[in-house]
Design a binder for this molecule. Structure first.
Ligand SMILES: C[S@@+](CC[C@H](N)C(=O)[O-])C[C@H]1O[C@@H](n2cnc3c(N)ncnc32)[C@H](O)[C@@H]1O
Length: 201
């Protein structure tokens, strides 16, 4: 079912909806042959916004509620893609920062900081106690090539006191997380599971 029928997400996220309408107009007016770059840009963005409007928004609204409940002041989103989900935090008192290794213009980049780099690397947050690392369908999701989970989750442990990760629970990422983090709690959300990693029990 189209979630926009269930709940009018266009009303909740009007700026994103306007951008979606503008870009989808480009994809119907142009063909890849007319202007491949403009068509491809619009098509990729529309696809990412489709994902946000269909399922992504639920996970990020969950993150927002979690951050507010745990008195976090900022979230750092590792694997943010184009950053459309930053819209969930726009207008709240939670600061957002996105990290991804794709070269692109990010949504809300005039308002929020983005880093184009592949994780792991040192992230120096101002206050570890109130900064929440989040990662949805990124860390612990793809294959564990060259011990990638261990490197990512160890670096995360160095950089943060708290992390909320939407991970693949069949991949060994959880076992790796449990070896590194003092406390790992599974939190059921819709059809998936977030893992809350903390240094205290
Ligand atoms: C499936 S998308 C998820 C996007 C977004 N989190 C969401 O839920 O809609 C995964 C993103 O993670 C990024 N990514 C994967 N591995 C990464 C890494 N090691 N460091 C930074 N970004 C990474 C990819 O470029 C891609 O944009």
């Amino acid at each position: 079912m189209d979630t926009r029928i269930k709940r009018d997400l266009g009303e909740d996220y009007p700026r994103l909806e306007r951008e979606y309408q503008r870009l989808s107009h480009i994809t119907t007016e142009l063909t890849p042959k007319d202007n491949n770059e403009a068509w491809s840009y619009a098509a990729h963005r529309c696809h990412a916004m489709d994902v946000f409007f269909e399922i992504g928004y639920e996970k990020y609204e969950y993150i927002l509620a979690f951050a507010q409940e745990h008195k976090m002041t900022s979230i750092i989103d590792i694997g943010c893609a184009f950053g459309h989900q930053s819209e969930v935090f726009y207008g709240t008192d939670i600061e957002y920062m996105g990290i991804d290794d794709i070269e692109c213009s990010f949504w809300n980049e005039d308002r929020y900081k983005y880093i184009t780099q592949r994780y792991p690397f040192d992230i120096n947050v101002e206050n570890k106690k109130t900064s929440l690392a989040v990662s949805v369908l990124c860390l612990g999701w793809f294959s564990d090539k060259a011990g990638g989970y261990h490197k990512q989750l160890s670096q995360l442990h160095k950089d943060f006191d708290h992390a909320l990760i939407f991970m693949n629970n069949h991949s060994g990422a959880i076992n790796t997380a449990m070896k590194i983090w003092e406390n790992v709690t599974a939190l059921k959300m819709g059809g998936g599971i977030f893992y809350y990693l903390t240094k205290r029990s």
